[in-house]
Design a protein around this ligand. Structure first.
Ligand code: ZN
Length: 242
């Protein structure tokens, strides 16, 4: 089975549509959360995920936009954007998003927006945090989002560990005796100094994860951000990918 992995779309439907157009034919699409927040097109992104995704999680920004976690936990820029996203939500889209879990345990893989230990808030950005999370899921693979950085952590049976950034076009061959935590990066607001939209493909037959980057019309999303009077920094950062 070929599974497309998307995360942290953040109301950027221009980036999402570029990913969907570039992605190979797939059997399933999974969304690792934060479909909305920050950007200018929440309903369109939710409409796409509610029809395309077999599994879709909620994230910290999704919950904030729904009013389910306090906006006080976010910086002023994110708070303003999340409040604006909240005001745009169509009732059916709100209802669909409210029903999403922040973590989902499937037979061979755990999905968690942030981390398996704390699916809403914890950032996995170093080997220590990744290692500490191994006790919080049992599957060979855990897929996370949240940091907006494509990363893979590997804990080999011999006990050695690797933690590294994954570049565009790189494939990772998963070994049966190794446990992994993988982040496919962010579709709508990358933060690894590469402004292209990120997504991944998991081929469960060959058991490989491949990271892909897709250029999109950044200026189109920037214009919508400015037209909506959202904080300018949200438009500016898309051009630099951080
Ligand atoms: Zn996010």
């Amino acid at each position: 089975m070929r599974i497309v992995l998307v995360s942290d779309i953040h109301s950027n439907a221009v980036a999402l549509d570029a990913v969907l157009a570039a992605a190979p034919q797939y059997d399933q699409l999974w969304c690792i959360g934060d479909t909305i927040g920050y950007g200018p097109q929440p309903n369109l992104c939710l409409a796409r995920m509610s029809t395309l995704a077999t599994h879709a999680l909620t994230g910290n920004h999704d919950l904030a936009c729904l009013g389910l976690v306090s906006l006080a936990q976010f910086n002023p820029v994110a708070r303003t954007a999340n409040q604006w996203n909240n005001e745009q939500l169509e009732p059916e889209m709100r209802e669909w998003l409210q029903a999403r879990p922040a973590r989902q345990d499937l037979p061979d893989v755990t999905l968690a927006h942030a981390s398996p230990r704390d699916p809403i808030w914890e950032y996995i950005l170093d080997v220590e945090t990744a290692d500490a999370n191994l006790d919080h899921f049992t599957a060979p693979l855990c897929i996370v989002g949240h940091s907006h950085v494509p990363l893979i952590f590997a804990h080999h049976a011999e006990g050695n560990e690797e933690f590294r950034h994954v570049e565009s076009g790189q494939s990772v061959q998963l070994k049966p005796t190794t446990r992994y935590i993988f982040n496919p990066g962010s579709v709508g607001q990358p933060r690894d100094n590469d402004p292209r939209a990120a997504y991944a493909v998991w081929d469960t037959e060959s058991n490989t994860l491949r990271l892909n980057r897709v250029p999109y019309d950044i200026s189109a999303t920037q214009k919508m951000i400015r037209d909506a009077k959202l904080p300018a920094v949200l438009a500016d950062r898309l051009a630099v990918g951080r």
